[in-house]
Structure formats: C-alpha cells, structure tokens
Design a protein around this ligand. Structure first.
Ligand code: NAP
Length: 392
C-alpha cells in the first residue's frame, strides 16, 4: 500500500498511470500532476479507478515541495521531460521521497545528455536513505536489465553489446515522432557515439547504417548508429565491454523530412527573434507536429527492441539475442496508447513497484543494471512486455 506521485501527463505518463491502476495492492493512492491539469483530468477520466490530479510546474522546486508536502508520496515517478530531472530530484530530497525516471538530465540550451549531473546526487540520496532509480524505461531501462540478465545467466565475460531498437509501426502521418518531438529530434540529430577499444568514437549523425534481420516476421530493416545514454552507464558497470553500440531504425520518409527540417533550420535549439519575440525553432516545430499521445489510434504494426551480445561462456565464444516485441494496436486496446509510450511506461511502473515492495532497495542513485535483474524480468512477462532469448 503506497502513495505514488506521477509527474508528466504525456504519452508515457498516461501509460504509467494506467499500469499503476492495474496493481492496486502496491499503488493504493495515485496522484498525476503536470503543467496542464486538464491533461491529467482527461487521463483520469479514462481510468478504471479514481486518482487525484494537480497542476505543477516541475521546473520550480518550491512548487514540487509544496505538492509533495500536501500529498505525501512515498515515491515519485518522473515522466515529464529530461529538463525536470534535477528539480524533481531536489524536491524528493527535501521531502524524503524515492525517485524514478526514464531519461537522463539534459540542459535545455545544449543538446547534450550524460549521467554526470544525476550521478552527482549519489551522496545526497545515500545520506537521506533514499533511492533514485535512473532510466527505468525500455531503452534505457529494459535494455540495461537484459544486459545484466545476460551477464548473470549466459556469459562469464561480455565483450560486445549492440542495442537495437526497431519501430516497425506506421502511424500514416507524413512526419511525426513517437515520443516528445523536441527530445526525439535532439537525440536523433546529435552525433553518433559508440564505445570501442576503451574509448568513445564519434561519427556524424545517421552516417553509419547496417541491415538487421528482425525476428518473428518483422524481417530485414536498415538500422542507424546513434548515441544513447545507457551506453554510458553500461560501459561503466560492465568494464569488460570492448564494444558497445546503439542502433535505431528510421523510415526513409522520416529521414527525408528530418533532413529538410534540419536544412532549413527548424531543428535548431538556438533562440531567434520573430516579430520581437524570442522563439526556439525546435520548440515551434514541436507545437505544429502531431502530439505523440494522439498517435495511439493511428499506429499499427510492432516494435522490436533487444540486445545482441557476444562474449565468453565456459571458455567458448557465445552469441546471444534477447528481445521484446510489442504490438501498437494491442497497446492501444489495453491503455489507449501506442507501443513506444507503452514500452516506456510499463518498465517505469515495474521499477517503482520493485522499490515499493522492497525487491529493489538501496540508498543512493542507481542505474538499472546495478540491481538484481530477476524480479524485473519476471514482472516484464506478467505486465505486458514478455521477452524471448535466442542462442545464435
Ligand atoms: N527510456 C525510454 O525508453 C524512453 C522512451 C520514450 C520516452 N522517454 C522519456 O519519457 C518522458 C516523457 O515522454 P512523452 O513522450 O510522454 O512526452 P510528452 O508526451 O511530451 O509528455 C511530457 C509531459 O510532461 C509535462 N511537462 C513538461 N514540462 C513540464 C513542467 N515543467 N512541469 C510539469 N510538467 C511538465 C508536459 O506537460 P504539458 O503537456 O502540459 O506541457 C507533458 O504532459 C521524456 O522524458 C522522454 O525522454 C523515455
């Protein structure tokens, strides 16, 4: 029986609150708070049980502290934007609340994401006897747990890790992103970076592509090398990794639109003067693109996200692939959201559940791979994200 505060009433937040409602024995009292209270109320109206809603500007620590002081949550799930990670962590420290998020902190004025800012909270969370769980989405999140599981059960040494994220779904829109457009476009247009031979290697965005044959009828797709935040924590926590890369599929249509938008300056995060007003082109672009939360009924097809791992077991070379396939239409039927929101929201709920039930407990700041993968893997199968492993 626990009180949980969920911050962010977007595509992911809607899934988190639906999934928490399905587990009343753990999440007995739920509050959904966001910048726009009407969005929280619209989500609450679709839920099978009552929750509380509130307006909060999560950039303001004092507003968060006031809300937490009133609602008195045991744990806060942050599914607002990466810009709010530090203010929400500050408020959790001030109010004695455990913390979970799905994306690492990014400063607004620089498209740069790294764990340093949040790892710096280690001593403060430890001293307060509180736990902060970082990156409890799918990637980061499940991909970190998949790697920890593989290391524990299938390998003595892991040498190579390829995280491969495929969205084989189609929403029928000329151009739309499956999660927050501003965050998505900042991520995709950043230079690619991978770990090889003990150092980071940077290459221009979307300049390296290969083909990967996805399982269960999805078939061959072009995958593009990118940088993703779990590479930073996984190379730190599995120092035997010689190579670690992150790949994502994009349709030719998505890439064509993105190239034009970039060429005309619409993806820039540098403010410009427009009729005497400062606007950020990427934020303006977000305002005219479809809201990812609206793509649920339009999206068909499946996602397939997994880890391809090479290493040594019992003195022999081994190759192993572990993945989840998620159907956009089935997610929509269950919680009214497409699979990209679903695959992020379910692990956020599971991470919170494991902390609240004591299966994952600790004081300090944790990445997912630092905790026992077993209970998380069990809950994935029970709560809508079953996984499959293949020895290749
Ligand atoms: N790990 C993973 O696998 C993974 C995958 C996808 C997404 N993510 C992360 O999940 C998070 C949510 O993504 P999403 O697609 O749900 O985004 P979204 O649809 O844009 O929703 C974000 C929500 O946060 C709210 N918000 C923004 N700034 C706020 C503030 N200052 N105070 C209070 N609320 C604020 C927004 O409120 P308004 O609508 O009122 O502005 C919106 O409802 C992002 O951090 C994203 O990076 C992680």
């Amino acid at each position: 029986m626990s009180r949980v505060l969920i911050i962010g009433a977007g595509g992911v937040g809607s899934v988190v609150v639906h999934k928490c409602c399905q587990v009343p024995e753990v999440f007995s009292d739920i509050m959904l708070a966001s910048r726009t209270k009407a969005k929280c109320d619209a989500i609450a109206a679709r839920l099978p049980r009552p929750i509380q809603t509130a307006r909060v500007d999560a950039d303001q620590v004092d507003e968060l502290v006031a809300l937490m002081g009133e609602f008195k949550p045991e744990l806060c799930i942050n599914v607002a934007l990466p810009y709010q990670d530090l203010t929400i962590m500050d408020a959790c420290l001030a109010c004695g609340v455990h913390y979970v998020d799905t994306a690492n902190y990014e400063p607004r004025d620089e498209a740069k994401f790294e764990y340093k800012w949040q790892w710096d909270y280690q001593d403060r969370f430890k001293q307060a006897g509180l736990m902060a769980l970082l990156g409890s989405g799918f990637d980061p999140g499940v991909t970190n747990v998949f790697t920890a599981w593989a290391r524990k059960h299938h390998f003595d040494e892991i040498h190579e890790l390829d995280i491969i994220d495929c969205n084989a779904g189609d929403h029928g829109q000329p151009f739309a992103t499956n999660f927050n457009p501003e965050i998505n476009i900042r991520e995709v247009t950043a230079p690619a970076r991978h770990w090889e031979g003990g150092k980071w290697i940077e290459t221009p965005a979307l300049s390296t592509a290969e083909e990967f044959d996805f399982p269960e009828g999805i078939g061959p797709r072009k995958i593009y090398l990118m940088y993703h935040e779990e590479l930073e924590s996984l190379t730190r926590h599995f120092p035997g990794l010689r190579k670690a890369r992150f790949w994502m599929t994009f349709s030719d249509n998505y890439l064509r639109h993105l190239e034009v938008l970039q060429n005309v300056g619409m993806t820039s995060i540098k403010p410009i003067d427009y009729n005497g007003q400062q606007i950020v082109p990427l934020q303006f672009l977000k305002a005219v693109l479809p809201d990812p939360a609206s793509l649920g009924p339009l999206t068909h097809g499946r996602t397939c996200i997994g880890c391809l791992i090479k290493g040594i077991k019992d003195g022999k070379e081994k190759k192993y692939y572990i993945y989840n396939i998620c159907d956009h239409g089935k997610c929509y039927e269950e919680v009214g959201a497409q699979a990209v929101s679903y695959t992020t929201g379910v692990p956020a709920m599971i991470g919170a559940m494991l902390m609240l039930t004591g299966a994952w407990r600790g004081a300090g700041v944790f990445n997912m791979e630092q905790l026992d993968p077993a209970p998380f893997m069990e809950k994935l199968n029970l709560h809508g994200l079953p996984w499959t492993e293949v020895i290749l």
